[in-house]
Design a protein around this ligand. Sequence first.
Ligand code: GDP
Ligand code: MG
Length: 368
Amino acid sequence: TEAITVSELARKMNLKASSLITKLMSMGMMVTINQQIDADTATILAEEFGCKVNVVSLYDETVIEKEQDSEDSLRGRAPVVTIMGHVDHGKTKLLDAIRSANVAEGEFGGITQHIGAYQVNLPQGKITFLDTPGHEAFTLMRARGAQVTDIVVLVVAANDGVMPQTVEAINHAKEAKVPIIVAINKIDLPEANPDRVKQQLSDYGLLPEDWGGSTLFCEVSALKRKGINELLETILLQAELLELKTNYDCRAEGRVLESKIDHGRGSVATVLVQRGTLKIGDPFVAGVYSGKVRAMFDDHGKRVDKAEPSTPVEILGCDGVPEAGDPFQVTENEKLARQVSVKRQELKKLEESKNVKKITLDNLYDSI
Ligand code: GDP
Ligand code: MG
């Protein structure tokens, strides 16, 4: 999917574009000077002139050079948690219960900002929750090459037991090699049967410790807000086993969780920082767009001037609306950010329109 315009390739090869166009015509391709040609064509063409092409995927995140980790730049980071489970088993209710369990009295009602992710602070540590429960968000992220979740909390209603989407969630988590913590929910119901849930889950390899397994289980009532703290502690316990460490000192990188155009504020993107520390003024690339961090807000809508790993932040200053799952990377300077952005947009357009038509001898005359 890499491409280059004829004029650019000519410049790089120190040749006139017309020579390339003539050559391409002799190869059966009719192109204009500003037209994109794909990497294969460019490679063959260059070889004709005795040049070698080094193909670098510009959509590839590795184009932006990564800073190396030094021994003392690595520090523990908060686990990033996604809640999954069958519909109506209480995912949304549980996210609400967790959120309210962790905000100061009276503050809960005042939270108007809603940014698709939030962080809870416990004396033992922080936990980041992705606020988009459900499998779609998880698989969408994965499909885009984004692994943002460290731990899946699988919600299973104690009255209903394992259902089709429960199994689906288990499969998604397993494929992603993300550990599962089981939250047996709705234990307040008289017909709740946690043992039956454990029995059913053991068929999928999720065995509690007291049954000789290694899966952590919690019994909760999202409705009555029971067992929430135990669940949070369990998440931290699981996180400890994962030894999540990252570089806090390098240029920030992460993933776009969501983005939109906001009246008066322009493009607003929620980004999960995964490595490094994001600061006001940092130039960046987000998907096919670029920008400079103009302002940042935390999950409470409070202005912040930096965001460390595992922190979700809303940022202003992007020149477009990137897609959920898009890579976010701070660059060395604004120029590089813009260059990468321009190139990615060209590639995207090219992919969308597929305007590169290979003309063969068979259809050469049809096209004239
Ligand atoms: P989701 O589809 O997984 O997000 O499920 P919801 O959070 O929307 O909950 C579905 C229904 O179950 C709602 O009517 C909730 O009030 C109810 N519910 C959620 N948690 C509990 C619980 O712990 N106990 C009881 N009795 N009901 C609950
Ligand atoms: Mg829901």
